[in-house]
Design a protein around this ligand. Sequence first.
Ligand code: ZN
Length: 385
Amino acid sequence: MRQTLPLPRRRPNWVGKTTPEPESPDASLTADDSFTATSSAGLTYPWGDFVPGAGQLHPIADGISWARIPMPGSLGHINSWLLDDEDAVGPGFAVVDSGMLLRECSDAWKALFAGDLGQSRVTRVVGTHLHPDHIGLAGWLCKKYDAALWMTRGEWLTARMLIADVRDEAPDAYLKMQRAAGWDDATITEMAGQGWGRFARMVFEMPVSYRRLQDGETLHMGKHRWQVVVGSGHSPEHACLLNAQSGVLVSGDQVLPRISSNVSVNLSEPESDPLGDWLSSIDKLLHLPDDLLVCPAHGEPFTGLHTRLIALRDEHHRRLDDVHTALGRAPLRAVDCFPLLFNRAIGGHNRDLATGEATAHLNRLLVDGRARRETVDGVHWFHAA
Ligand SMILES: [Zn+2]
């Protein structure tokens, strides 16, 4: 049932102003771009440069339509995929990913309500993973349509944990982790002054209950069957949706055509090996058919799944080899690895993501037995092993 649309409750601090503040925390939460040049050669974009306009739902295959939600920051948008989901009540759509809790995103949805979505309803809201550009407006849409939120348990619990973790000051463990990565005193002081709890500000209040998605299960949506395919590394338990009949994979951030997804070690699990998870997920996804139409969260729908996965895998291995070679010349901290890994300047809003991704590469080498770690005055120095 459609309800009157309430305004998002928690508003980012720049709502009401004409433009986002340049150093607003929003960009750092659009954690999908690893700042790494990647090859997207060999892919085919059946729709070329076309993107759906405001208020427009563009059918792209049997059972799936495409909407584009604009966002600030380097990504500039997120794709929302609407899956045909006819039930006993009548026709409707399952919305996959929704944009951030930003006026720019909610305005895009209002244009859709007034446009191509106007005669229809949302039956359920699916979050591929916990990042705010994907679930920021999920709770808002659930509330408007009295729809359930569907996520994997790992993504749901992590999102709930981060939303609950609002405090005035950054935890000591976070500052200690940044020091271990090699940041200097001045930067640590700046980090300490940034406060904590940005995640909660970018996500509309989520429903207190959810529907769990599990790897391998099949969702029945009208006459369509969508199989859940879980990956990891960019986030703990990322759900992709596969429609074998239509030949479509909704890939979220697990496979992106033009950028490499950020793979970061986070504060909640500093000794983790997300890059190991990411590479294993690539091997898993290589078992899917190569001729699927891939519908990513960022960029345009494409074919060439295997080409893209192999390019991503090879580029990560090359960067691991580069870091390993450099460790053979001199011990390095995470911050020393930036020039080896990234093709752009690191600082300000991309500092955390870059630190997390550099640490992910070092932890991978550590777990793989190609590096050893020595801690001197709280700073982690990595040596070749
Ligand atoms: Zn993401």
